[in-house]
Write a protein that binds this ligand. Structure first.
Ligand SMILES: NC(=O)c1ccc[n+]([C@@H]2O[C@H](COP(=O)([O-])OP(=O)(O)OC[C@H]3O[C@@H](n4cnc5c(N)ncnc54)[C@H](O)[C@@H]3O)[C@@H](O)[C@H]2O)c1
Length: 258
């Protein structure tokens, strides 16, 4: 029997790269999608198939699904992970353009991905779609309303798509990373002080690793989660367990009882 096939968008770095590696290491044929050949160099070097394209442009989704069917003859899992996380400040001159860009990549990209992957999977008896949302899809962040809007949209699009495609055996789930050490976090204007502040607000007192996000993506994308659809699975060190009134304690347990 042929291997199962997974597409991963935003596979160039970070969470997408970790997920693409994990599916490949666990017996899947993988197609990595990203903006450039350069970004996907690591994948080609490992013999992973690649599609270069911008997920905000619908033909990219069409091409990646066609690549799976033409190259491998099947499609089991699609990880819609490509995303951008720019700041949006209400009074910035270019805030409307920033809003449009974030919505185009983070939301339009997911819609186009589902639109092309779900029918292809349905025609072959089903499959699993996983979209990378964020803790930012459940709450607001300062100066990031556009990112907040985009990730909330991803969550509800997955819920609605789960209803529309369940009858055909296509599962659609969202997963929500908390702060994770990837270029998206390191590349922005994130200072060491900001990273420390982030850590203090995470009950587990540390940032996530891309591989920890990939484990959740792998679970949702594989048959291990065969009765899970329309779910939002957070992988955030406990951030969203907090009602937000008090910061989680960072006092070592040994000291708490003295
Ligand atoms: N790292 C975090 O702390 C964190 C937290 C919550 C959610 N997320 C989400 O996880 C996902 C992956 O984030 P990451 O941290 O790995 O980011 P990253 O910036 O490290 O990697 C994102 C990848 O997506 C690619 N990409 C960007 N725009 C694209 C487009 N239009 N078309 C195709 N590819 C595109 C980039 O080239 C890059 O390789 C994103 O959706 C992000 O919003 C990340």
């Amino acid at each position: 029997m042929s291997k199962p096939v997974a597409i991963v968008t935003g596979a160039g770095t970070g969470i997408g790269q970790a997920a693409a590696m994990m599916f490949a290491d666990r017996g899947y044929d993988v197609i990595g999608v990203d903006l450039s050949d350069e970004a996907l160099h690591w994948a080609s070097a490992r013999g992973i198939a690649t599609v270069v394209g911008d997920v905000s442009e619908e033909p990219t989704s069409e091409r990646m699904v066609a690549a799976a069917l033409d190259t491998f003859g099947r499609l089991d899992t699609v990880v819609l992970n490509a995303g951008i996380a720019r700041r949006s400040e209400w009074e910035a001159d270019d805030v409307m353009e920033t809003f449009d860009q974030i919505m185009a990549v983070n939301v339009r990209g997911v819609v186009a991905g589902i639109r092309h992957a779900a029918p292809a999977m349905a025609a072959r008896g089903g499959g699993s779609i996983v979209a990378t949302a964020s803790t930012s899809g459940l709450r607001g962040d300062p100066q990031r309303f556009a990112y907040n809007a985009s990730k909330a949209a991803v969550i509800n699009i997955c819920r609605a798509a789960a209803l529309d495609w369940g009858h055909a055996g296509v599962r659609v789930n969202a997963m929500g990373p908390g702060p994770t050490m990837t270029p998206i976090l390191q590349g922005g204007r994130v200072t060491p002080e900001h990273l420390d502040e982030l850590r203090r607000n995470i009950p587990l007192q540390r940032l996530g690793r891309p591989e920890e996000q990939a484990e959740v993506i792998y679970f949702l994308g594989s048959p291990a989660s065969s009765f899970v659809t329309g779910a939002v699975f957070m992988c955030d060190g406990g951030i969203t367990a907090n009602a937000g009134i008090f910061a989680p304690t960072s006092i070592p347990l040994s000291e708490v009882h003295h």
